[in-house]
Design a protein around this ligand. Structure first.
Ligand code: XCC
Ligand code: SF4
Length: 663
């Protein structure tokens, strides 16, 4: 495959050509050179003990211990789900510690920015709020949250946020998570060599651990992040490599936790720092994000995004990055090799993540502002070492920040905030259904093609799309996360977007914020008109370009919550027909949701639409008919589009403010 065929992103294409010219390899090349192990790819390699590793390649073959291929495949999937759950949840735990520090004054620089959210979370966690200071409440909230991780019995408090019917089902099946950590540990215990051997039983525990992530660790991560840094609401920012500046110090924040990156944003905006940067010959400091750190900071602070997962090495290839500051997760070790060709410093900051060859400047929440300033200063001092630069002049506007609170507010206002209009739109057939399209990039498939093709096709079919993680950053690059994207929408969806004043693709945050989607689904199910459980809703979850174990955890908690989830790329359980059947047909009988792997993008869309239509029929809703809607139209919106066509500068933000009254 020609280098430029590995991505649909013109900025990435340009950078891959640059990489070829400079003879620097990236993940795009390494994916070609590294053929995936055919046995591991199917999930049929077991290395859980030293009697193996056992590679089960022939029909009926068993491991030295006698383990069948079905057991091995199930164990491998369960372990991946546990690792993914552990990652999100450990991130959530660290945020709870920061909240505790912010409340007690031990973490100077952090504040309780969102008192409304604090009160809401306190209510969910059973923390008394009457007559108490926000610090007192936050201390208790942090302690209650931390206790959720180490809880040994009972069940997670947040399960009460799911529809009643769903909670009941979890209890009946014995998969209601007790404590976040306990369920992960139990997966590891059960999948240890020669322990739990029944695939169905093993994977029940995988669901339990995943639920502990979705309705536990991740949901706490989201909530606490909102308390500390504010609940997102729409704003305008930019995405793609063109956000890097030729004349400024460029600092990239990459990874997942917003704790340090928020402090870095404060530090780069400090006039003293800006002066220092100017004294060093630059024209100021520019900060941009990659991966989920980017999602966190762009929706709260408007920090532009340099791109999604596969852009991390490409950003360094611009030669314009003084420092890439990383914390946890999705950090390619290949960054070091690429950075060696330039002046770029890779700075690790998490006590959990060290990379040989990187500069380690450890983050400590007790002196966060000071460390942030040291890091920014290191980047500024590196500006003088910059060589030739090459920044593709490509960027796009995007409107991120659709938290579930904001969605409720935009649909019903401050006093009558509700998801009622959304349910009504689905019931009437203006919206065929909803889809969450999330997850990574994967160099085994063309970068961004899956996300773009699937989402644009769903929009055409009047499906409202919400996105998180690298999928959201992907489609932002192609203009789908702004008002102009209505050109992709079918007539009914367009009407809804015009009326409410939203883009057809809603950015809901980072990967831990998939928990926001759970909250929306739960509210849709209890609002009335769309059944009484998440599994009744005409909706799907899709991860077209997944690569991470975290994606498997997310997929699994959505399935266990009742959602049909389709993953692209390839199946990690291909080696076992029994497990493939178990996580689809059997799980659908059990929990109402199912997990399927489907590499063909067109088939993904077809399966999604078929499922949505099936759910519509089960609810007795009118059959979807695209010709029934789309006759109305917001005049201001049309004028806006026209102005845009004529080349008049109109900010996409004006869209976010368009209300029914304006129409
Ligand atoms: Fe990582 Fe969250 Fe995947 Fe992106 S989407 S590649 S996990 S950064 Ni989460
Ligand atoms: Fe082989 Fe069984 Fe050991 Fe796995 S647990 S490596 S299948 S002997």
């Amino acid at each position: 495959m020609a280098k430029s065929d590995k991505t649909i992103d013109p900025a990435a294409k340009a950078m891959l050509e640059k990489a070829a010219e400079l003879e620097i390899t990236t993940a795009f090349d390494r994916a070609d050179e590294m053929k995936p192990c055919p046995i591991g790819a199917k999930g049929t390699c077991c290395r859980n003990c030293a009697m193996g590793p056992c590679r089960l390649t022939k029909e009926g073959q068993v491991g030295v211990c006698g383990a069948t291929v079905d057991t091995v495949v199930a164990r491998n999937l369960a372990r991946a789900v546990a690792a993914g759950s552990a990652s999100h949840s450990d991130h959530g735990r660290d945020l709870a510690f920061v909240l505790h520090g912010a409340a007690t004054g031990e973490a100077p620089g952090y504040q309780i920015r969102d008192e409304f959210k604090l009160a809401e979370v306190a209510r969910h966690l059973g923390v008394e709020t009457d007559g108490r200071t926000k610090e007192e409440i936050a201390t208790d909230v942090a302690e209650k949250a931390l206790a959720e991780f180490g809880k040994q019995s009972g069940e997670l408090l947040y399960l009460a946020r799911a529809p009643k019917k769903r909670q009941q089902l979890w209890r009946e099946l014995g998969i209601a998570p007790r404590g976040v950590d306990r369920e992960v540990v139990e997966v590891l215990h059960r999948t240890h060599a020669m322990n739990d051997q029944d695939p169905d039983h093993i994977l029940d525990q995988a669901m339990r651990a995943a639920l502990g992530d979705g309705w536990g660790g991740s949901m706490l991560a989201t909530d606490i992040t909102d308390i500390l840094f504010g609940t997102p609401s729409p704003l305008v920012t930019q995405v793609n490599l063109g956000v890097l500046k030729k004349d400024a110090v460029n600092l990239i924040i990459h990874g997942h936790e917003p704790t340090l990156s928020e402090m870095l944003v404060v530090a780069v905006r400090d006039p003293e720092m800006i002066e220092y940067a100017k004294a060093k010959g630059s024209n100021g400091i520019n900060v941009a994000g990659i991966c989920c750190t980017s999602n966190e900071t762009l929706m709260r602070e408007g920090v532009p995004s340099a791109g999604n997962f596969l852009h991390q090495e490409l950003a360094i290839l611009t030669g314009a990055v003084e420092a890439m500051v990383v914390d946890i997760q999705c950090i390619m070790q290949g960054l070091i090799g690429v950075a060696e060709n330039f002046h770029t410093k890779i700075i690790t900051t998490s006590p959990k993540v060290m990379v040989p060859g990187a500069l380690h400047m450890e983050f400590d929440e007790h002196r966060a502002p000071e460390i942030a300033r040291e890091i920014v200063k290191t980047a500024i001092d590196n500006f003088a070492n910059r060589g030739p630069t090459y920044i593709p002049d490509i960027q796009e506007n995007m409107v991120p920040g659709f938290s579930h609170e904001y969605i409720r507010y935009m649909l019903g206002g401050h006093y009558r905030g509700s998801l009622r209009p959304l349910n009504d739109a689905i019931m009437a057939g203006r919206l065929r259904g909803v889809a969450g399209v999330v997850g990574c990039n994967n160099p085994r498939v063309v970068q961004d093609q899956g996300h773009f093709d699937v989402v644009s096709e769903l929009l055409k079919n009047d499906v409202l799309v919400v996105q998180t993680g690298c999928g959201a950053l992907c489609n932002a690059k192609y203009g789908l996360l702004q008002g102009e994207a209505l050109k992709y929408a079918g007539p009914g969806l367009r009407e809804i977007c015009e009326t409410v004043g939203i883009p057809p693709v809603l950015h809901m945050g980072a990967c831990v914020d998939n928990s926001r989607i759970l909250t929306v689904l739960s509210e849709m199910a209890t609002e009335g008109g769309l059944g009484s459980d998440i599994s009744d809703i005409p909706g799907v979850g899709i991860a077209p370009e997944w690569m991470s174990e975290k994606a498997l955890a997310i997929g699994t908690y959505f399935v266990a919550s009742g959602v049909y989830v389709i993953f692209g790329v390839k199946s990690p359980v291909e080696g076992s027909e029994a497990v493939t059947d178990l996580i689809s047909r059997r799980w659908e009988q059990k929990v109402g949701g199912k997990l399927e792997f489907e590499p063909d993008l067109q088939k993904i869309v077809q399966k999604a639409l078929d499922h949505i239509d099936k759910k519509r029929a089960a609810l007795g809703l009118p059959e979807y008919d695209s010709t029934r809607f789309g006759q109305s139209g917001d005049r201001r919106w049309k004028a806006w589009l026209k102005a845009r066509e004529e080349g008049t500068e109109v900010s996409a933000y004006s869209m976010a403010g368009v209300t029914v009254e304006d129409a």
